[in-house]
Design a binder for this molecule. Structure first.
Ligand SMILES: [Fe+2]
Ligand SMILES: [Fe+2]
Length: 399
């Protein structure tokens, strides 16, 4: 795997590549935990690198304690051995290679929670205590940092029902962001392909995380979430599964429709979105946050996908190249309403003390999605300017 190194900050370029390779070697090592127990030096180089990159990406100042041994509490926040100070200064994220490296590592651990119909040996270390520790180490630092990005504590005093209704009304018909306008009015076919490549990482396995919150006690809320899941999965018919519509878009352009084919193009902000979903769906303590995030996603998708559909129409693309957007513009209007009326509001009623966490999940997902959208637009523009530069050079060489 090759990291995207198109950044002005090349100071970590070599290290990130080296450390990701070291992680790959560990990930597929037979009997990983046993081998580490016999030979602790096996992980030393990777551990040293991880600590440096974690510190560089998320922490400011000296570490009070070794973050490798820190633990989040039941809220997912640091207790006890936390660094002296986590930076909320976005300037610290100007270490994109570090963030990218961390999210790629995290994604590669998280993806083991899903089955990919590949070699069974790829799952040999899915229960590894060491991988679990690395995952917690990255998630703890990253989630603490993310929690600093929004003032979620003030949500505890908000009227949750009103807060939810106001948010949904706003996000069903939002003002156009600069990215929305760019996608709708300016994106070229080259850019459209880049958009598909990046979005395919989630689009080809969409709603996978939702599958992980369906089990457990039966009630009206659980039934509605299951109903939404079944619609995402085409009611058990592959041709109607939403991801099949994404494959059709890729096929229309002769692009690779194998999941993760374009992993190397995915910005850290998009990986963070996916990793955040993995983080929440696997922790029942964060069930309310996960559902708040899902509410935002279902509510906001129609307005954002309308721009992609209009871009496709402006570019004269075929139905197969835009049907995925069309499907979601219709379906997610309904899913958003179901999520509000039959999931979020009943959950708020049932968990009055913690109902504000639904708002937290909602607001955080909104923040993550906007950040990812900006990163995708940036990448699309880069693809377009690379293409322009390439044709310019070709023209010069013809002359
Ligand atoms: Fe969907
Ligand atoms: Fe949906």
């Amino acid at each position: 795997m090759i990291l995207n190194t198109k950044t002005k900050d090349d100071s970590h370029k070599f290290d990130c590549l080296k450390f990701e390779k070291e992680f790959s070697n560990l990930l597929y090592l037979k009997d990983l935990d046993q081998r580490i127990a016999e030979q602790p030096s096996l992980i030393k180089s990777f551990e040293d690198g991880l600590e440096v990159i974690l510190s560089d990406s998320y922490a400011e100042g000296e570490f009070a304690h070794d973050p490798r041994f820190a633990e989040p509490n039941s809220d997912g926040r640091w207790v006890g051995r936390q660094p002296k100070k986590w930076s909320a200064n976005p300037v610290r994220t100007n270490s994109p290679n570090g963030q990218l490296f961390l999210h790629r590592i995290l994604y590669r651990i998280n993806r083991l929670k899903l089955f990919w119909y590949d070699d069974l040996d790829n799952y040999a270390n899915e229960d590894s205590i060491y991988l679990f520790k690395v995952r917690n180490q990255i998630e703890s630092a990253w989630q603490a940092w993310e929690s600093e990005q929004l003032d979620y504590e003030s949500l505890a005093s908000v009227n949750v029902e009103k807060g939810l209704r106001d948010r949904v009304a706003r996000d069903l018909e939002p003002d156009d962001s600069p990215e929305d306008l760019f996608f709708r009015d300016e994106m070229t076919e080259t850019g459209y392909r880049r958009l598909l490549a990046i979005a395919s990482l989630d689009g080809l396995v969409e709603a996978s995380q939702l599958s992980r919150v369906l089990g457990g006690a039966a009630n009206e809320i659980q039934s509605m979430v299951t109903r939404i899941f079944l619609e995402e999965y085409g009611g058990g018919q592959l041709r109607r599964k939403h991801s099949t519509f994404f494959s059709s878009m890729l096929n229309e352009f002769g692009m690779n429709s194998k999941p993760e084919a374009y992993f190397d193009l995915v910005p850290w902000e998009v990986l963070a979105n996916i990793n955040h979903s993995f983080f929440l769906c696997d922790r029942n303590r964060h069930f309310l946050r996960y559902m708040g995030g899902l509410l935002y996603t279902e509510v906001s998708v129609p307005a954002s996908f309308i721009n992609f559909r209009q871009a496709g129409e402006r570019l004269g693309l075929s139905g197969n190249a835009i049907d995925y957007w069309d499907l979601h513009i219709k379906e997610d209007k309904k899913h958003g309403q179901w999520m509000l009326d039959d999931v979020a509001l009943p959950l708020a009623e049932r968990y009055r003390e913690n109902a504000w966490e639904i708002l937290w999940g909602y607001d955080q997902q909104r923040f993550f999605s906007a950040r990812a959208g900006r990163a995708v637009a940036k990448s699309v523009k880069e693809a377009e300017s690379d293409c322009t530069m390439e044709s310019f050079i070709n023209q010069l060489s013809v002359k």
